[in-house]
Ligand binder design. Sequence first.
Ligand SMILES: NC(=O)c1ccc[n+]([C@@H]2O[C@H](COP(=O)([O-])OP(=O)(O)OC[C@H]3O[C@@H](n4cnc5c(N)ncnc54)[C@H](OP(=O)(O)O)[C@@H]3O)[C@@H](O)[C@H]2O)c1
Length: 335
Amino acid sequence: MTAILSRYSTMPYRRAGASGLDLPAFSFGLWQKFGPDHPYQTQREILLRAFDLGVTHFDNANRYGPPFRAAEKTFGRLLKQDLAAHRDELVLSTKAGNPIGPGPYQRGGSRKSLLTSLDHSLRDLGTDYVDIFYHHRHDPGTPLEETASALATAVQSGKARYVGISNYEPGFAAELVALLNRRGVRLLVHQPRYSLFDRSPEDNRLLEVSSELGFGLVVYSPLAQGLLTKKYLAASIPPGARALDSAFLKPSQIDETYRRRATGLNRIAEARGQSLAQLALQWVLRRPEVTSALIGASSTWQLEHNLKALDFPPFTTGELELIDEFGVHGTGSTG
Ligand SMILES: NC(=O)c1ccc[n+]([C@@H]2O[C@H](COP(=O)([O-])OP(=O)(O)OC[C@H]3O[C@@H](n4cnc5c(N)ncnc54)[C@H](OP(=O)(O)O)[C@@H]3O)[C@@H](O)[C@H]2O)c1
């Protein structure tokens, strides 16, 4: 594979909080459809196209596949066969802490779980270090002190360049920042879910807290797993769509309230000359606290289409007010 020379010419890069690291406005995640149930050729095409379009940040976790750990192996294969010469240009992240099995060291926030999982991820990815190692979810059963010490060890041992957290309430995030700072380690990023249909980072003040404490936000599922695209506006779900084969998005989430709100947003997008997906991505990136929108895609078409989301004029105050009418927290959620 030969990477194209223009790969840095169109992607905007944004500074992660008060750190020195720039991340692409769009990062790519391998949560679903990057295990052996889907063709490697398609996965490879999407990932290499992303790299050619300036996506330098690829997000993984020990849980991604299915089955667990499969997506890291997929990326490891790509790294070995296609991207080895470009390792220095990549920001690779992985996570541990969400359950990957029944055992006591296959979950949580202990030193044992986190550092064992990191070693396993490095073997599967085929790299000596990850750029960002995340604790996937706050574990109330483990002293935060122990989790902070494990994350600091990951950095001090050279196995991670930076550390991050995901799904932490702002209060616990602030506590962890203080514990890390005492060890001379910066919290680079927090990874929360944020979209027009999940506005928790506004409601719980995570957006403000991130800038007060100097970490960036890499926001996941900005398209609400596809609900913020046109694909679920039709009467029936199109073949191949995530809602038909995922444990995390179910047809029951696509109800009349969802359709009414998504249709309203789609009308606003059309009036602006963009698609619903592009509007939804531009909307999360309107906030300066958001370093990167962490997207998924099951085709190169989706990827290329979505990466054009910042080619449109900024939202006016009137448009933002109208968007608020339809971008209601909890839309399309499971409960
Ligand atoms: N930290 C955490 O706890 C956590 C949790 C979840 C995700 N994440 C991270 O965030 C990443 C992204 O999450 P996500 O995949 O839910 O993001 P998303 O961008 O909200 O959804 C992506 C999915 O939407 C559909 N889609 C995308 N563009 C489309 C378009 N233009 N038209 C129609 N459909 C389109 C595709 O699904 P189909 O084509 O398959 O329908 C695609 O896989 C994950 O890979 C992972 O790295 C982190």
